[in-house]
Ligand binder design. Structure first.
Ligand code: BES
Ligand code: ZN
Ligand code: ZN
Length: 498
């Protein structure tokens, strides 16, 4: 999809569909001189008939509008003016793309006026349109009926008043890069585990790094053995697919500080649970157990193009958690790279085992700040549902900075506690640490505490994205399947590093 920005009068915008926003209350209509005033009567009639109320994401379409160059005029509900933000606009852009594609519309114009003709709103519109254009139908074979090609929107044009300032084109471009990188993450997560093995994930990272000019190093089993990564290697034992640790480096030409931000992503390409096997119902979804890896790689792709002022290194441990006669057993004791011993009480708590060694490796390689993303626990969905990323930290200042980045990127995040008391759940008689907490309490917090044992003392934030990285149902603005969550927050954090 091509993204364009134009300042021509709205009436002259050529598009298959030209859209403008309308709030729930009539006099809150965000209109300015360029609004298609010929259609005032049409909008008033829609409102009195009840066909259009201005509720969020509601649309009405008028064909062959008089006085406009566009083939269709679309009014889209913007909800309550007082509650309107970039979050709603991002979703409105996505809703336009998703509701109009496949209906003969290939080009869309969206009018942004007044306060909305600003960099942050243009960025959000660009992101929403590109994210809305993505479909999880890569492996469907009938292109006429269902494919993305047949349904896709060719161009999305943001129309702003002629007086708007020149930074809007840069905002549009930034939005495109970020959203295409979010879709890059979604493409990886969407791949089934027979296609996306750890080796294939490493190859995808290598290819992306070469295209974007990032340094890339992939550690294989031999090197990881030499480094003593017993915790990661234990998880890989059950699979014929070899494990890897992918390392990507972005280095700024003129660094603003000596800080080294590490992004760490869980890359379990399939999680059967191992010997502590998962129930078969829904197990197919465990191909998304590498969504943390996808988010980190997506963020690196965007950062390579947007060039933040600090060094960012990605660490992506990737394994397949399988059952076999070679698989790790409950009760096995492994020694992590840090020297700590771990009793593997449950082979399904494998994410923290691979992350432990990746965190140690990040620390040994000079990370000054670490943020990890992992589909770590089912319990995070019990605590927060599907709407918030669960966030944990050993450093409140870093988490505050991350939460600010997430808020500006439009990704909801909620902090969970990490009081010392929770460590009581991680007592172990046979090794330094068990890989699960005792009992069923606070499963996401005990998992975070386990990670913290390997992140300390470096300032660190852990994101549990198990309940937010996959959408069971599509929304009007985004398809079902991989969400690409955390990419935008990572990018915002690095770009606005202070
Ligand atoms: N990959 C899962 C977590 C998960 C669950 C992700 C549901 C996405 C959706 C993780 O490896 C896991 O199995 N965690 C266990 C931990 C338990 C054994 C302490 C869980 O959440 O049940
Ligand atoms: Zn698991
Ligand atoms: Zn897992």
């Amino acid at each position: 999809m091509q993204l364009l920005i134009k300042t021509s009068p709205a009436t002259q915008t050529e598009a298959d569909a030209f859209a403008f926003l309308a709030f729930e209350t009539e006099n809150e209509h965000p209109r300015a001189d360029s609004t298609p005033s010929e259609q005032n009567g049409w909008l008033a009639e829609l409102r009195t008939s009840g066909e259009f109320t201005g509720k969020l994401y509601e649309t009405a379409v008028l064909h062959r509008p008089t006085g406009l160059a566009a083939k269709r005029l679309v009014v889209i509900g913007a909800g309550k003016a007082a509650k309107f933000s970039t979050v709603e606009l991002r979703r409105i852009a996505g809703t336009l793309v998703r509701s109009l594609k496949g209906k003969g519309v290939r080009s869309i114009g969206l009018l942004l006026e007044g306060d909305f003709a600003s960099a942050e709103y243009v960025l959000a519109a660009a992101e929403g349109a590109v994210v809305g254009g993505w479909e999880p139908d890569k492996y469907k074979s009938d292109p006429k009926k269902d494919s993305a090609e047949a349904k896709s929107i060719d161009s999305f044009t943001v129309v702003v008043p002629a007086a708007a300032n020149s930074s809007l084109a840069a905002a549009l471009e930034r939005g495109r890069i970020i959203a295409e990188s979010q879709n890059f993450a979604r493409d990886l997560v969407n791949e089934p585990a027979n296609k996306l093995t750890p080796a294939a994930l490493a190859e995808a990272a290598r290819r992306m790094a070469a295209e974007e000019g990032l340094e890339c190093e992939v550690l294989d089993r031999e090197e990881m053995t030499r480094l003593g990564m017993g915790s990661l290697l234990g998880v890989a034992m059950g699979s014929a697919e070899p494990p890897f640790l992918i390392v990507l480096k972005y280095k700024p030409a003129q660094p603003k500080s000596a800080d080294q931000l590490a992004l760490v992503g869980k890359g379990v390409t399939f999680d059967t649970g191992g010997v502590s096997i998962k129930p078969s119902d829904g197990m197919e979804k465990m191909k998304y157990d590498m969504a943390g890896a996808g988010a980190v790689l997506g963020a690196m792709r965007a950062l390579a193009q947007l060039k933040p002022p600090i060094a960012v290194t990605a660490y992506v441990p990737t394994v397949e958690n399988m059952v076999s006669d070679r698989a790790q057993r409950p009760g096995d004791i492994v020694t992590a790279m840090s020297g700590k011993t771990i009793e593997v009480l449950n082979t399904d708590a494998e994410g923290r085992l691979i992350l432990a060694d990746a965190l140690t490796y990040a620390n040994r390689n000079g990370a000054t700040h670490i943020v990890d993303a992992a589909t770590l626990t089912g319990a995070i969905g019990i605590a927060l549902g599907h709407y918030n990323i669960g966030a944990f930290t050993n450093n409140q200042d870093l988490l505050n900075r991350f939460m600010a980045a997430a808020a500006s990127a439009g990704e909801k995040t909620w902090q969970l506690p990490m009081d010392e008391e929770y460590k009581e759940y991680l007592k172990c008689s046979f090794a330094d640490l068990p890989n699960i907490g005792s009992g069923r309490s606070a499963g996401s917090i005990t998992a975070a505490w386990f990670l913290r044992e390997f992140a300390d003392p470096t300032p660190w934030v852990h994101l549990d994205i198990a309940a937010t990285a996959w959408l069971d149902d599509g929304k009007s603005w985004i398809s079902k399947g991989p969400s690409g969550v955390a990419v935008r927050s990572f990018v915002d954090l690095a770009l606005n590093w202070t």
